[in-house]
Design a protein around this ligand. Sequence first.
Ligand SMILES: [Zn+2]
Length: 454
Amino acid sequence: MKEKERKNRKDEILENFNKIEEINEYNKKDFVEFESQTNILIQKIYEIFKRGYICDNCLGRQFAQLLSNMDNRKRGKTLRNFFAFILDFCPLNVELNNFLTFVFRNEKIKSKIESIKQNSGKNICYVCNNFFTDENLKKWKELILRKIKSSKIEFRSYVVGTKLTEDLAKKEEELWEAIGIDLCEPIKTEINRTIGKEIEKELKIKANLQYPDVLILLDLENEEVSIRINPLFIYGEYQKLVRGIAQTKSRRYENSVEEIIAKELLKMTKGIKTKFHGAGREDVDARCLGWRPFVIEVIQPKKRYINLKKLENEVNKSKKIRIRKLRFTNVKEARELKEERHDKEYRVIVICDKEINKNDLKELKSIEGIISQRTPLRVLKRRGDKLRKRVVKSVKAKLLSKNSFELIVRCEAGLYVKELVSGDNGRTRPSVSEILNCDCETKELDVIKIYTKN
Ligand SMILES: [Zn+2]
């Protein structure tokens, strides 16, 4: 019995011993991993300190991918402290200018540092030329604030951009070549963020990376600040109440929906010009009695938070167009709007070259369905010859005289209605002319409804 107990005990110990072995084996592997990884890290720091004096920001920035919620200056400070320990433990050949504030126990380092302190002036960071000193940041902040004040540009959001000097860009590249880029952040990003925060504190407005009102641009080469104003986008809907005006400004027509709005808008915003984005467009000689969505863009507006109700009232005094539902928007909606395809309802006054009656008009119902349309002859000079198919969804006709009638057509976006009436020498089929077996022309054309989503 005793013998058996003893054997069990021995097994138990052996088993435990094996476990310990296993654990040690595991620890060993862990440690090998740890050693090689920390070696990489320490070698990077060593490389950086070997090359000359570097400031906390530039040091920390090379490790910006490690630890969040900490700025590069603090990262740099921490790493410098850490490396000072290593240095006191194991004196390495690095630029001791980096450690003038430390008191080392290692006599050799201590005396070297004493002599450096006696002989050297101010340290200059070999990466940023001391861009990140409090003094320099303050200088840029003041430059910016002065620029903002003198430019009289109104803005509520901004983003900071930086044009580096060639020298700075080169120095950063050189360092990256030596230590790799896997943990770093570009100097531009840090400058933009640091300056952005300074301005934020001062102006109490937030940086906005997506749709900033302005871009504050630092030109480090010329030590200059410029403010680039982003366009202003205003959404609205318009009606064109008279014929003979174009939708957008052009040399061929003396007036346009755009210009009528722009006249007031440029006065209010002090912008230099406008761009007009319509959800489709009607012909110059057609009225648009349905409300057509648009976005008008103002280039370089000095004032942007204008009273839109006032703009609406001023524009509506023109009596040529009416606008409504104005609101501020962004470039994204302007782009989307141009892509939108809405059904339209038209009212057309059609003149025929022979007499017609009510029964003839009943035949027109057969035009509902798919229409094959080659690019109209009247626009062929400007656009390529293409065959398009568009659907006429409904038609209603009402006789007005013995050779004229009113046609109400609902159709898909992109259908040329005048050609639907005339047939355009057989380029549009079927057509009103074809069905009535005579020549039909459009006398008046109005867009009476645009089927927008809202
Ligand atoms: Zn620096």
